[in-house]
Design a protein around this ligand. Sequence first.
Ligand SMILES: NC(=O)c1ccc[n+]([C@@H]2O[C@H](COP(=O)([O-])OP(=O)(O)OC[C@H]3O[C@@H](n4cnc5c(N)ncnc54)[C@H](O)[C@@H]3O)[C@@H](O)[C@H]2O)c1
Length: 314
Amino acid sequence: MKVLVTGGAGFIGSHVVEALLEAGARVAVLDDLSTGRRENLWPGVNFHPLDVCRPEVAAVVEAERPDVVVHLAAQVSLPHSLTDPLGDARVNILGTVNVLEACRRQGVRRVVYASSAAVYGEPVHLPVTEDHPLVPLAGYGVSKYAGECYVRVYHHLWGLEYCILRYANVYGPRQGLAGEGGVVGVFAAALAAGRPIEIHGDGQQTRDFVYVKDAAAATVAAAFGSAQGVFNISTGRPTPVGELAALALALHGAPAAVHRGPPRPGDVRHSYLDPRRAACALGWVPRYSLEEGVAETLAWWKVRYETGARGSNF
Ligand SMILES: NC(=O)c1ccc[n+]([C@@H]2O[C@H](COP(=O)([O-])OP(=O)(O)OC[C@H]3O[C@@H](n4cnc5c(N)ncnc54)[C@H](O)[C@@H]3O)[C@@H](O)[C@H]2O)c1
């Protein structure tokens, strides 16, 4: 099977590419390297350095003739969507339409679209199931939801098979510090650099942290399978940020200061997503414990600091 991964030089994308290659797929990557990194590209993968909004996307899809497109390329920063809502909408909405239009023209069979827990907004019930009201609180959630709507339209009008994956807070090695779900990376980077870690608010706010290798396995299951629909990709477990900090400190094994900062305006208080639909339809369950995932993330940041390979996005 041939898969084109947009955003394949990014954090989740590079793990998805790795998992696809391990599963025996042939893989091509389209990425403009705006937050992705050349060093994240896997050998044996055709790389197309291109903005998803460019008309040349059609030529890439024509040349690669993928069976499946995994569309991960996006403007991923929620704060950026507040300061540059047009830029966010351009990449996340127009870029998605451009990719879908190329898929339609070239007869791509299936698309896997990376959506986000941000489409739900402030939860009105927990855990958040896929039929929870969609009331995003920022441009980012709106633009990811608009992408979902276009994916469904392309399914209904043109028969494009689809899987929409609403990732919770994905964390792990290779994550930049600017995007969503970055708190594990922020803590790990601080500990590796010998800086204090900072907790916003009382630390009782909860998130659903899903390890990136689990998120990648879910994405591969969605690409290879035939199930269609919208699926939460999450653990279903709420972890208080203060508890995460304590775990990171314990695994770090050396003393480190903890600073308390003010709560961040607009932050959702509690969020965790019910992953049972993905378990039933995709046969996917998360395999990594938070301890294992955080330990791997800490180890990765430690190596980056020790080798001085932090890079401009970190
Ligand atoms: N990390 C999370 O916790 C999380 C949670 C929910 C959803 N997501 C979604 O998962 C996807 C991947 O996010 P990530 O966390 O790996 O972030 P990332 O920034 O590491 O990956 C995004 C990739 O897209 C590329 N990209 C950005 N704009 C582009 C453009 N105009 N044209 C081509 N390529 C472009 C970047 O260079 C990067 O490689 C995104 O769609 C994001 O919305 C992530």
